[in-house]
Design a protein. Structure first.
Length: 319
């Protein structure tokens, strides 16, 4: 197959490209490096079936060759990324998604939209099912990302209904693994960076907020199962193992091993919560299990050991 991966130099995009090449596909990665990095795909550049194009999909999106699938992962995905680039985030969810859908339509290709659990906002339903409409502040600071993804989902469904385009929508929950950007402000990169550097793991608030964490190879597997399925409606992909921030910090310390000298430090435990920050997040993956035959295979503990090992190796090479 010939597959275009938009955002292919990002954390998840680079792992997706790697998996597709391993399956024998021709892969074209497109990225403007606003939050992605060429370093993430340096090891793929010599592969005969891989090419990398620097391009801003909000301006144009086209390739000369035929395509079997367009996978749209183009967007800042972390608070640092989308709060530093609010207008660009809105544009890639709107203009970028439109350009990508038009390309898929011209090429007669399947289209996968990488959406997010953030479409549920600060949810009143727990765990979150795909049928839940969400609880989103449309003018809050996080709305540039939340609403961009909600618009992208709506546009994707419009192309499915009007043009019979073979569209797929994956709602991605917290994902971690090698090649994360350690300065992107999310809890996994924060804790990993601090543990690797023997710094205190900073837990904001009282540590009772919850998340669930999916290892990146599991996510990519779910993404590809959805791409080749016949399911046009959104599907949650994530790990349903829910834990508090305190429990997660303890898991990171355990995975870091006895050589790690980090401790847990609570920052402003009595302070008001961050604006619009979800306090609980856990996917209901019934549809992924039923439709895709998918569920996570990599344990949190194994995934954390792999991630910590990767970033220790990066640190040692830089030393």
């Amino acid at each position: 197959m010939r597959i275009l991966v938009l955002g292919g130099a990002g954390f998840i995009g680079s792992h997706l490209c790697e998996r597709l090449l391993g399956e024998g596909h021709r892969v074209i990665a497109m990225d403007n490096y606003i939050t992605g990095s060429r370093r993430n795909v340096d090891h793929l550049l010599g592969h005969a079936h891989f090419s990398l194009i620097e391009n801003d999909v909000t301006i144009s999106c086209d390739v000369d060759e035929s395509l079997d699938a367009v996978m749209n992962l183009a967007s800042p995905a972390s608070p640092v990324g989308y709060l530093d680039n609010p207008i660009e985030t809105m544009k890639v969810g709107s203009h970028g998604t439109y350009n990508a859908l038009e390309l898929a339509l011209r090429k007669g290709a399947r289209f996968l939209m990488a959406s997010t659990s953030e479409v549920y906002g600060d949810p009143k339903e727990h765990p979150q099912k795909e049928s839940y409409w969400g609880h989103v502040n449309s003018i809050g600071v996080r709305s540039v990302y939340d609403e961009a993804k909600r618009f992208a989902e709506a546009l994707t469904m419009a192309y499915y209904r009007k043009h019979n385009l073979r569209t797929r929508i994956i709602r991605i929950f917290n994902t971690f693994g090698p090649r994360m950007a350690l300065e992107d402000g999310r809890v996994v990169p924060n804790f990993v960076r601090q543990a690797v550097n023997d710094e205190p793991l900073t837990v904001y608030g009282d540590g009772s907020a919850t998340r669930s964490f999916c290892y990146v190879t599991d996510l990519v597997d779910g993404m590809l199962r959805l791409l080749w399925s016949d399911e046009p409606n959104p599907v949650n992909v994530g790990n349903p193992r829910e834990m508090t921030m305190t429990e997660f910090a303890q898991a990171v310390l355990a995975a870091a091993g006895p050589e790690c000298r980090s401790t847990i430090a609570y920052v402003n435990p009595g302070a008001a919560r961050v604006a619009d920050d979800p306090q609980r997040r856990r996917p209901d993956i019934t549809r992924a299990r039923t439709i895709l035959g998918w569920e996570p295979q990599v344990s949190l503990e194994d995934g954390l050991r792999e991630t910590l090992g990767y970033f220790r190796a990066v640190r040692n090479r830089a030393a």
